[in-house]
Design a protein around this ligand. Structure first.
Ligand code: DPM
Length: 369
């Protein structure tokens, strides 16, 4: 009997596609290991009537999975990295980040509409998204569009678009649509000038126990160095801004030779105010040789925005992390601080309002009974 490794995943179709993708990659390197997938439902999957940003809770899609990691019921968990907070529970780390897919957002227009550019959509067209980041950027650029919350997994959202006709279009990540095999539904890909993407969008990552060197060594074959460098810079940026999914923060990251450039955006809710800035650094881009299969790898004890590093990547990741922090600091000093404080207060007020409304409904129901 070979070794068994237990893999945690959310139950949604997209999550299972991502988990299977990671397991298939690992099987090529470790044909004798049996990877057992254990699928779970998370809080985020259960709350379908409230926008994510209004639930007032970080790690919605990750907490149940993290508990099972900490309790030794699974050995690693596959996530979309953009759903993983920049601070992880004590004892857990991002053990590996796979090669990033297209990080951009896409417009999916209802099939009875024809697309001639975002600016020529009729005034009042309803765009479905629950992302404050997407809403703020689209509102800022196209004031005549209407933004409306939409929840549920990709299947549910596309069904709502076509059948319920409450929306004229959705904005969704290209990566998710492509993984589901739905690339033909994309009407238009949003360029950074229209909508910058979320921190770590398009990258699948694996979370594991920080002290599990055996699993870390296995996972290290997944690592894509350019993706790792970009995602560490982006996560350090978000961590410094203390933004979760409750504030509109967006990025765009590029590597050209030895130069890493991070562009960042912080937006007010609704997009009227914004601070945009960018910064570049030179980094050590020579350590990017493909990870080979070997046991007893050398991992640094220090993590970079909760991401584990092999010794050979340490210098590059130190630079990337500092870039994210430095850009965030400069933007905080030039107005992002105020925008974020106000956005967080607005979201907190919104959460209180929703809670009060729910309590009122519950009281009414009880009075009737
Ligand atoms: C986070 C956001 C959304 C997801 C917020 C944001 C989108 C919520 C919405 C943090 N997580 O992007 O500003 O549209 O209402 C999510 C998706 C993917 C991972 C789906 C999507 C797939 C792409 C990937 C939900 N998380 O964004 O269309 O792996 O990056």
């Amino acid at each position: 009997m070979g070794e068994i490794i237990r893999v945690g995943s959310r139950k949604s179709q997209l999550a299972l596609i991502q988990t299977n993708g990671v397991v298939d990659q690992l099987k090529k390197y470790f044909p004798d290991v049996e990877f057992q997938i254990i699928a779970m439902t998370t809080t985020g999957d259960k709350i379908l009537d409230t926008a994510l940003s209004k639930i007032g809770e970080k790690s919605l899609f990750t907490r149940e999975l993290e508990t099972s990691l900490l309790e030794n019921q699974v050995d690693f968990v596959v996530h979309s990295l953009k759903d993983l907070p920049t601070e992880l529970p004590c004892g857990l780390v991002v053990g590996a980040i796979c090669k990033r897919d297209d990080p951009r957002d896409a417009l999916v227009l209802r099939s009875d509409h024809e697309f001639h550019g975002l600016s020529s959509l009729p005034a009042g067209s309803v765009i479905g998204t629950s992302s404050l980041r997407r809403a703020a950027q689209l509102k800022r650029k196209y004031a005549n569009l209407q933004i409306s919350d939409v929840r549920g997994n990709l299947n549910t959202r596309l069904k709502k678009l076509e059948e319920a006709k409450q929306y004229d279009a959705l904005v969704l990540a290209v990566a998710g649509l492509e993984r589901m095999g739905w690339q033909e539904k994309i009407s238009h890909i949003l360029e950074p000038e229209e909508c910058m993407y979320a921190v770590s969008q398009g990258a699948v990552a694996v979370e594991c126990r920080a002290n599990d060197n055996h699993v870390l060594s296995i996972l290290s074959v997944l690592t894509d160095f350019p993706t790792l460098v970009k995602c560490v810079a982006e996560r350090a940026f978000l961590r410094r801004l203390e933004g979760g999914c409750s504030v509109p923060v967006a990025v765009n990251t590029e590597i050209k030779g030895n130069e890493l450039t991070l562009r960042g955006g912080v937006f007010s809710i609704g997009g009227a105010d914004a601070v945009l800035d960018n910064m570049s650094v030179q980094f050590d881009n020579s350590s990017s040789d493909k990870g080979e299969k070997q046991e007893a790898k050398n991992f640094t004890t220090q993590t970079f925005a909760a991401v584990v590093s092999e010794g050979r990547f340490e210098a590059a990741l130190t630079t990337a992390e500092a870039l994210g922090t430095d850009l965030a600091n400069r933007m905080l000093a030039s107005g992002a601080d105020e925008i974020l404080r106000f956005a967080k207060k607005q979201t907190a007020d919104e959460i209180l309002k929703q809670k009060a409304a729910k309590a009122a409904t519950a009281a009414q129901e009880q009075a009737k009974a």
